[in-house]
Design a binder for this molecule. Structure first.
Ligand code: FAD
Length: 288
């Protein structure tokens, strides 16, 4: 099913989606990923998104897309980055994705490498990739949004204007960076609407499992940690059951408030594990 059909209308219930990445250990670890995804199937995800690059392992990634789509029968959104990619490569890739029967793609620029002189500059920003895909395929295109602004953007207003370029070029849904402060998300959604963007904004939720994980995420992106959460994280040791429980409880509460505000979708950054995401979905079962 395409993004525009998944998020069409307002059923009063958020659509559930999961994000996974190609395992770093390669094909040997695929069965473990399939097992985690199979156990998440009971929550009837509308979409499973598979990252591209960004710390994963893209070798045989197309095979992985094929297995998730054909054998596990999941509705896939394949992420794809255009930075340092040639028009020819991008064209081949999007046609390959479409020929597998996949309907959705998340069009991203990707992070700029330190030395830009060594790579192709056929695409400078994600809006160019969105146009390129829409001109050549019938894929439904999602785009990335940043409730607290993208790390390179001078301010949130400018970043939202740039987000509008992606939507004007054919972006059908905005998937947000993970956030821990719902007020930042609510304010973002309001500003996005005021800017004339009228596609669904899907909330990115990541259950905390360790302090290091939070530090890594917040060092790479603008993601604020409410002081109440920060002091709770500091109380528990790395990867402990208490830390996992905190992550589950906090994200459950976050989701509950997002549901009350009639969020269109909840997109879980699963980190290839089903445990915390399952617990959160069990906690909010009455409302989804
Ligand atoms: P863009 O939309 O191009 O924005 C990049 C910066 O340029 C922003 O500061 C923006 O304000 C500015 N800008 C945009 N357009 C213009 C313009 N026309 N003129 C001037 N300035 C402009 N990375 C991966 O490598 N693989 C993944 O699978 C992946 N998945 C992600 C999933 C989600 C939901 C999110 C939120 C991010 C993901 N990322 C992934 C990270 C992403 O690649 C980086 O954040 C990257 O730095 C920006 O990508 P973008 O598509 O948002 O870029």
């Amino acid at each position: 099913m395409r993004l525009r059909d998944i998020y069409k209308g307002n059923s009063g219930k958020p659509k559930i989606s999961f994000e996974v990445f190609p395992p770093k250990g390669g094909e040997e670890q695929y069965p473990a990923l399939y097992a985690e995804l199979n156990s998440l199937k009971k929550y009837k995800p509308e979409l499973v998104s598979l990252t591209w690059g960004a710390g994963g392992n893209n070798n045989n990634s197309m095979e992985l897309v094929k297995t998730l789509h054909c054998d596990l029968d999941l509705n896939i959104m394949a992420h794809f980055t255009c930075i340092c990619n040639s028009r020819e490569n991008v064209e081949n890739h999007i046609r390959d994705i479409e020929s597998l029967g996949v309907k959705n793609i998340l069009a991203l620029r990707g992070d700029e490498p330190k030395d830009l002189t060594v790579c192709h500059r056929d695409f400078r920003y994600a809006n160019e990739l969105v146009s390129f895909i829409k001109d050549r395929t019938d894929l439904s295109v999602g785009v990335a949004g940043y409730p607290e602004g993208h790390i390179e953007a001078s301010d949130l207003k400018t970043d939202i204007e740039n987000l509008k370029r992606k939507v004007d070029c054919g972006g059908e849904a905005v998937f947000t960076q993970l956030f821990f402060d719902n007020d930042k998300f609510f304010s973002f959604v309001e500003k996005v609407g005021a800017c004339g963007i009228n596609v669904p904004v899907i909330a990115g939720i990541m259950p905390i499992i360790s302090e290091k994980q939070v530090e890594r995420m917040t060092s790479m992106a603008k993601i604020s940690i409410p002081s109440r959460l920060k002091s709770q994280i500091e109380k528990f040791s790395e990867n402990s059951d208490d830390m996992k429980k905190l992550g589950i409880d906090y994200a459950s509460e976050q989701c509950q408030k997002l549901i009350e505000s009639e969020v269109a979708g909840l997109h879980f950054y699963t980190l290839n594990k089903s445990y915390s995401t399952s617990k959160i979905l069990d906690n909010i079962a009455a409302t989804v």
